[in-house]
Design a protein around this ligand. Sequence first.
Ligand SMILES: *Cc1c(COP(=O)(O)O)cnc(C)c1O
Length: 499
Amino acid sequence: MRYESTRGGLTNISSAEAIKMGIAPDGGLFVPDKKVSIDLSFIEGLVKDTYQQRAQKILSLFLTDFDKVELHDCINKAYCSQFSAKEIAPLKQLHDKLHIMELWHGPTCAFKDMALQILPHFMVKAIEKTGEKAEIVILVATSGDTGKAALEGFADVDGTKIIVFYPNGGVSEIQKLQMVTQSGNNVSTIAVNGNFDDTQTGVKEIFTDNALSNAMREKGLAFSSANSINWGRLVPQIVYYFSAYADLLKDNTINLGDKINFVVPTGNFGNILAAWYAMDMGLPVNRLICASNENNVLTDFIINGVYDRRRQFFKTLSPSMDILISSNLERLLYELSGRNSNFVRTWMNDLSEKGEYSVDEATKELIQQVFWGGYSNDEETITCIQSIYDDCGYVMDTHTAVAMDVYDKYVIYTGDLTPTVIVSTASPFKFNNSVSKALLGDKTEGLNEFELLNMLSEKTGWDIPKGLKDLDKKQILHRTVCEKNEMSKTMRKMLNLND
Ligand SMILES: *Cc1c(COP(=O)(O)O)cnc(C)c1O
């Protein structure tokens, strides 16, 4: 299996190269150069496996230049005791046809750990395998969850440095504290005075600045990305869609070959794209339901084939989905347009120059055959957290609640009663501000996030996750702040690079 860029500038790249580079030098994203297909007996074979064994089987289909032992080593370092659930991605049943897949049992309490616990191990192997001599500088733009998960994954990993940019004031107090208290001799954070899209755009500019990468090379440094544009982030996410299906088979909830729906709370389109790759490989999927908050650019796109980012940006209660430019959509467009890099280049140019693009009819129809898009506002999100708690005793974070609420709309709209898995992307404690207000109302007035953690734990009987306890007592280690047009300058200073 080789990899190529969605913009046509690069082909025949090994997975190790693709992971090491992160983004292609032509600005495109790496995708597998052919379709991977599995049959139902492959899926049946997963039923008795552990999560780690399922990961081994699936990853080996994509990372063909990693041998068995290398993959085994990466998987066992990633999915072990730092996860608080031995199933790694456990399924919880809400009722007959509705399950929740909890992806937040990793060290930072959000689903980013599913990929970012393993990416650093892929990266170390990729550096070895490609004979890279430079030290790899991982740059991350985060809307909150990726940053901490990447810091946690890369801290003290040999041969790497990591710098995380986050929108100043655009992440929750807990998310910020998780990042600025991160220890490790190779980690830094920079708060940017701007929103997430400014931050992501700034990082993309740094990546595509040729003069800068030459200066880096001279100093023995090279950039890579831990954002979901890196194939090494995407591929581990394919595993849990198979794992959920295998678990449903195991429980006799479905029979082999039955189709199921997934509902995915979506921002950068990484998580739901992994579901699409699983389906493309042969996982029986009926619909992928793309759930957005009020930043509903994807809802509109799925309905009318026009991606228009020229709209108001809302700060919502589900901040990890406050995104207007969903980078990973580029991969889907490439795949569904018949791997047409000319189309993709034109659309992406239109997006950056005009702020919008329209896909052709054929691509639009293919998207609509699989995806259904919907969105929920903050009020609906909070009401959903309350009603699911009252009806089922289950506590959801705000992102998961967006998915649940959009699913309700989907069922009303379509009448489809196919067995469905809601993808839960964060622990309710991680967004406890909103969750405790939803469940406790006025009693939360004037309390800080840490007092709220305790109240929420008392109310629900759920334990506060280890990674969130006592965060307020940890020492702050990172304080750098910069303007949005000074990201490159601030970073160069950190790396001791001259102008
Ligand atoms: C990152 C994130 C999302 C969005 O996932 P994408 O892969 O960017 O679509 C949703 N929920 C939470 C809690 C997240 O951290």
